[in-house]
Design a protein around this ligand. Structure first.
Ligand code: SF4
Length: 401
């Protein structure tokens, strides 16, 4: 490992920035009703606005159940446009669509919508940039710009749901079924807003997107107190831990948060979540050539996980131009999988959707500098599916998930 790997400090507190405008999705239902009343409208208008927001209606003229005279004012006050699409980029025949969004202060984030025969998943960002400083991840190298508000996070999922409902993705109108927090940022470092987002995703329509708990995946590099807090919430969403190394010596450099909470502590916290929910958690492991892909590390990981309620999701690293980090060659990937399976650990290889649209979440943002706002770039992993129990054929560009 070279020294550059540990050069960046971990950043937990987002720099102070101007807050995004108030949005209905940031408010509780009672708060929204109070806000509408303050605007001289009956409280039930808040429910009407919520219905329009979660249905993806952005044009006040379409909110025909709200009196025409009040539409513009209510929408301006409670449904400000927080996410401006800068560009869409498609791959896989249009079934994968990455969107670069500009936020009110010029910060850039991405989401990726992936349509499969049986489901549609959106990968969303929870922060602009990331403070976790993983050296193989360009977003981490760019640092943390700021936390996203709940409405900014929720808005990405709502936009994806609307794109599906409107038939913008080939295959006809459909329904968004899955959300994964694997875009930019460390979701559990923005806990309160991510928690609020979970409510919005899980609350039945019309006051939320009505997704199933197991269809929502929260990922973390291992913020142990936050995993414990999530455990106490009583939710059953899927937990994914980005481990990337089975031993503290390597993980201290590859995932610097490990110097705060080590492999054993992270797995113990994830075990606690699995015990409470009765659900298998996912171990995300980006396979990086000659860094963490050695057979002995596969064996070590296998021993660590053999008796745990966990499965491994291997991610062939998507190399970025000019990066010293490279994907593991196929034979090394195969060997790694075989050793994990031999140890009795359910193992899948992640679908590499979108690899022909600059690969990872973040690369679109890397290409755009807006008004001097630092770009955020290339988090790895990027395009992710929720855990699956059956293996995807190794090396296959499967769209079956
Ligand atoms: S890999 Fe994930 S946690 Fe690590 S710096 Fe990148 S976005 Fe942050």
């Amino acid at each position: 490992m070279d020294d550059a790997m540990t050069a960046l400090p971990l950043v937990f507190d987002a720099p102070r920035r101007t807050k995004p405008p108030r949005h209905l999705a940031d408010l509780t239902r009672d708060e929204a009703r109070a806000a509408v009343t303050e605007l001289g409208q009956p409280a039930f208008r808040a429910d009407q606005l919520a219905r329009h927001f979660y249905a993806g209606v952005t044009d006040p003229a379409q909110m025909t159940d709200v009196p025409a005279a009040a539409r513009e004012d209510l929408a301006a006050a409670l449904l400000p446009g927080l996410l401006t699409p800068v560009r869409h980029q498609s791959a896989d025949g249009g079934r994968t669509r990455k969107t670069l969004w500009r936020l009110h202060d010029g910060a850039l984030v991405e989401s990726v919508l992936m349509r499969y025969p049986e489901r549609a998943t959106v990968c969303i960002s929870s922060q602009a940039g990331c403070g976790m400083a993983c050296p193989f991840c360009a977003t981490g190298q760019s640092g943390l710009t700021r936390n996203l508000s709940a409405a900014e996070i929720i808005g990405q999922a709502v936009a994806a749901a609307a794109a599906m409902a409107n038939g913008e993705i080939p295959g006809g109108p459909g329904r968004l079924s899955n959300v994964v927090f694997m875009g930019m940022g460390e979701p559990l470092a923005n806990y309160a807003r991510v928690r609020k987002t979970l409510d919005a995703l899980l609350t039945p329509a019309p006051h939320g997107l009505g997704l199933a708990q197991r269809s929502v995946t929260v990922s973390t590099v291992g913020l142990v107190p936050a995993i414990r807090k999530l455990t106490e919430e009583g939710l059953n969403v899927t937990l994914a831990v980005s481990l990337h190394a089975p031993d503290d010596e390597l993980r201290d450099t590859l995932v610097p948060i490990n110097t705060r909470w080590n492999v054993g502590e992270v797995l113990e916290a994830a075990d606690g979540y699995a015990r409470r929910t009765g659900r298998r958690y996912s171990i995300e492991y980006a396979l990086i050539r000659d860094v963490n892909d050695q057979p002995f590390r596969a064996d070590l990981l296998g021993r660590l996980l053999a008796k745990r309620l966990a499965h491994v999701n291997l991610i062939p690293l998507n190399p970025t131009p000019g990066s010293q980090w490279d994907a593991s060659p196929l034979p090394a990937q195969r060997e790694f999988v075989a050793r994990l399976r031999a140890a009795g650990v359910p193992t899948t290889v992640r679908d590499t959707r979108g690899s022909d649209i600059d690969g990872a979440c973040g690369q679109l943002a890397a290409a755009d500098q807006v008004d001097g706002v630092p770009s955020v770039a290339v988090p790895v992993p990027a395009v992710e599916e929720g855990p699956v129990e059956e293996g995807v054929p190794l090396g296959a560009e499967s769209d079956q998930g």
